[in-house]
Ligand binder design. Structure first.
Ligand SMILES: Nc1ncnc2c1ncn2[C@@H]1O[C@H](COP(=O)(O)OP(=O)(O)O)[C@@H](O)[C@H]1O
Ligand SMILES: N[C@@H](CCOP(=O)(O)O)C(=O)O
Length: 323
């Protein structure tokens, strides 16, 4: 579920009146999602998503996230467009939370992604990276290399509750990543959480990207690694080389990977697995068992990490990329 904050009818009516969106017709809480409270709002001018930002979003990052959606949208990326109120503001307050309204995107996310979806996703990711160039605001990746060890230290005494060897696995892997992390790859704005539930399709055609609330500046190829992990492993955590190839080929056809990115890919994939292993482990241990939000299994990312540890070069994945 993701309705952490309830809003009264009066508060909502007052809020919607501050936008030039006609009359309020309906408002329903959205069960999907993890981080923030989302409502689907209909007015006589159309459908919108109302987001109330919850405690894990740092308010100082909101201009970056909202500005990025405006920047990308203006450059042809189909993503939610923040709506301005009658005074030109995109960020407001509602029910004691920072709040914004964005346009509603049609489409469904693929619950069982196929290679065709991965190909489309790869192209869309590359287009997003290209469109992100020139965005004026900056945000460091709070969940990048320098954030991993401090996050690990917050749960390491309890890591064995997830898996007896987890503490050693993470500690050794962090040492490897700190020594080997590539420093000079092409940088830009990345989505950083482009999982299937953040990508919409209509009839197998990609219709839009959502959820830019982890977006930041980082290595562009790291974003590909995040998506390879999220899209190209089967439910039993077997790597699907066909899906991986489709994603990489789609990406490479729009923005060819540099030699340095190709060489660094196995390390980036290990780092991307580490990032989600850490956040999922922390949440697994700290989300109350009766919380309405579903915890995501950290073990899936232990398996991905172990797989990437066996890979030496991008060719070992079975990718054959045009140059
Ligand atoms: N602009 C949008 N258009 C259509 N649906 C959206 C939009 N934004 C969010 N949603 C819906 O809300 C759900 C949760 O949104 P998301 O941004 O992933 O939340 P969270 O950041 O809390 O995880 C999505 O799975 C989708 O169903
Ligand atoms: N994608 C993350 C969790 C973040 O959820 P989202 O709904 O904000 O995409 C994971 O799978 O661990």
């Amino acid at each position: 579920m993701a309705v952490y904050t309830e809003i009264s009818d009066d508060e909502l009516a007052r809020f919607i009146r501050s936008y030039n969106l006609g009359s309020l017709l309906s408002c329903k809480g959205i069960a999907e999602g993890v981080e923030n409270t989302n409502y689907l709002v209909h007015t006589t001018k159309g459908a919108f998503i109302l987001t109330l930002y919850e405690k894990r979003v740092d308010p100082k990052d909101l201009p970056f996230f909202l500005g990025l959606m405006e920047h990308l949208s203006a450059r042809g990326v189909t993503c939610p467009l923040p709506v301005r109120d009658s005074e030109g503001r995109v960020l407001n307050e509602l029910a004691g939370r920072h709040a914004a309204l964005v346009t509603f995107l049609e489409g469904m996310w693929p619950t069982h992604p196929k290679a065709e979806h991965c190909l489309e996703l790869g192209k869309a990711l590359a287009r997003m990276h290209i469109a992100g160039a020139g965005f004026a605001l900056h945000r460091a990746n709070a969940l990048g290399l320098s954030g991993w060890r401090p996050l690990f230290e917050r749960f390491s005494p309890r890591a064995a509750e997830i898996l007896p060897e987890l503490k050693t696995l993470i500690a050794d892997e962090l040492s490897f990543l700190e020594k080997s992390w590539p420093a000079d790859l092409p940088q830009g704005v990345i989505h950083a959480d482009l999982f299937p539930d953040n990508v919409f399709f209509i009839d197998d055609k990609l219709s839009g990207l959502i959820d830019f609330y982890f977006a930041c500046d980082d290595a562009l190829a790291y974003d590909i690694a995040v998506s390879i992990n999220a899209w190209c492993f089967e439910p039993d955590c077997e790597f699907n080389a066909g899906k991986g190839r489709a994603l990489l080929e789609g990406y490479n056809s729009v923005r060819p990977l540099t030699d340095a990115e190709r060489k660094a890919f196995p390390t980036l994939a290990r780092g991307a697995a580490m990032r989600f292993l850490l956040t999922r482990s922390y949440d697994w241990l700290n989300t109350p068992k009766d919380a309405l939000v579903a915890r995501k299994d950290p073990i899936d990312y232990v398996r991905r990490l172990r797989f990437h540890q066996t890979v030496r070069s991008i060719e070992d994945y079975g990718f054959e990329l045009a140059r």
